[in-house]
Design a protein around this ligand. Structure first.
Ligand code: CP3
Length: 361
């Protein structure tokens, strides 16, 4: 199968959503907005569904995953819906069992610590993840056609990046210092490159299912890559991540590449060829964009904890970010990381309204 990096016509016509247009750095009527973890525990509608379903149940039941995705996007009035799923879902078809332990996050039963274990991971069962594609089809059907403002809603599929997924596989859960991950990465054995290669194989297949089901854009979460020095990122992660992004873009969709604490990594992350880089709040948006240079969009970068601040502070931060972007094509307003539980919903909705008002071009 021949791969090309051309974006198909449907995405370049003026009828595409302002979100997709912004991902391609095309002019838009106003800055598009969506929010990381926009369907989550801060939202009563989500908690009502969680009463009857576990997190993995929701992810694996297309009707419920679609409902959660659609409810959040409509309640908030955002410009894009991110499919409700989780980063760790591809572990199951790779042969790695995990669960979500209340209050502690994900736990992998037998973490990957050896070459033998990496060799045993499977890459031929990505079709087991097709429940995510089925959910995307339902979301796409629901949002087909223009909204009242004439724009069509963007649909975001996603997957993890090789480093961040490897860190969960190897540590067995969340981590502070990534000791086991870095031990495997630095070791002489072939384990790390083989793990990177296997992850890329599965993630490309997973992304392909999502694009064929109707995802307009793929976001790649490298949430914990900021734990790496620039040297280590370049030596151990840049090539597999570039390969992943090249092959996802070849499916015909723009790619957003997101990480936290990445200010020093931005020039290297730019080399992956992503269409848009996600920024956290630790770097001013204009400085981040200057570092990234021309030919790449930016997404971000409000501190999610600002959503707990009084309205005058919150409004000032929203306006500051829009001013930093200076109306340059290619900015997508978002948070610098996910909305946390306890965030007042009314502040989230107010923020979106301000972006719509002050982000007019
Ligand atoms: O609305 C959306 O943003 C889509 C839903 C989504 C979830 N996970 C559902 C979820 C997305 C995009 C993810 C991605 C994900 N999963 C990431 C990358 C995003 C990031 O924050 O950087 C990561 C690191 C994971 C792995 C993961 N899933 C962890 C570490 C946890 C525990 C976090 C916690 O605070 O307990 C999860 C659980 C999870 N995934 C929740 C949701 C809504 C919360 C738990 C729940 O509802 O029971």
């Amino acid at each position: 199968e021949k791969e090309s990096v051309t974006i198909p016509a449907q995405h370049t016509e003026p009828t595409a959503s302002r979100f997709v247009r912004a991902c391609l750095r095309q002019p838009v009527d106003r800055t598009p907005i969506w929010l990381l973890r926009q369907a989550g525990r801060y939202m009563p509608e989500y908690m009502a569904v969680r009463k009857h379903h576990s997190l993995l149940d929701i992810c694996r039941t297309p009707d419920v995953a679609a409902e959660v995705t659609i409810t959040a996007a409509e309640r908030l009035g955002v410009d894009a819906a991110i499919i409700f799923a989780d980063l760790l879902l591809p572990f199951t078809p790779m042969g790695l069992d995990f669960e979500f332990v209340a209050g502690e996050g994900p736990q992998v039963n037998t973490p990957v610590r050896s070459l033998e274990h990496v060799q045993a991971l499977r890459t031929d069962r990505a079709e087991d993840l097709s429940y995510v594609a089925r959910a995307i089809e339902k979301v796409a059907a629901h949002f087909s056609g223009p909204r009242p403002d004439g724009d069509s809603l963007g649909i975001i599929g996603f997957c993890g990046a090789p480093f961040t997924l490897a860190s969960y596989m190897i540590e067995g859960g969340s981590s502070r210092n990534y000791i086991e991950t870095k031990k495997l990465m630095y070791s002489e054995s072939a384990a790390w490159p083989l793990l990177m290669e296997k992850l890329v194989t599965v993630l490309v297949a997973f992304a392909k299912q999502q694009v064929e089901a109707g995802a307009d854009v793929i976001q790649i979460f490298d949430s914990w890559v900021g734990a790496l020095s620039v040297t280590d990122y370049r030596q151990y992660c840049l090539a597999p991540t570039t390969e992943l992004i090249r092959r996802v873009r070849a499916l015909g969709v723009p790619v957003i590449y997101f990480g936290v604490d990445t200010a020093s990594l931005l020039p290297a992350m730019r080399e992956t060829g992503a269409d848009v880089l996600g920024l956290d709040w630790r770097i001013p948006l204009s400085e981040g964009w200057k570092t990234i240079g021309p030919g790449c969009g930016v997404q971000g970068n409000l501190d999610p904890i600002t959503l707990f601040a009084p309205h005058d502070v919150l409004k000032a931060r929203v306006q500051e970010i829009l001013q930093e972007a200076a109306g340059r094509p290619g900015h997508i307003f978002n948070l610098g990381h996910g909305i946390v539980p306890g965030t007042p919903v009314e502040n989230v909705i107010q923020t979106i309204e301000w972006v719509k008002e002050f982000g007019k071009r």
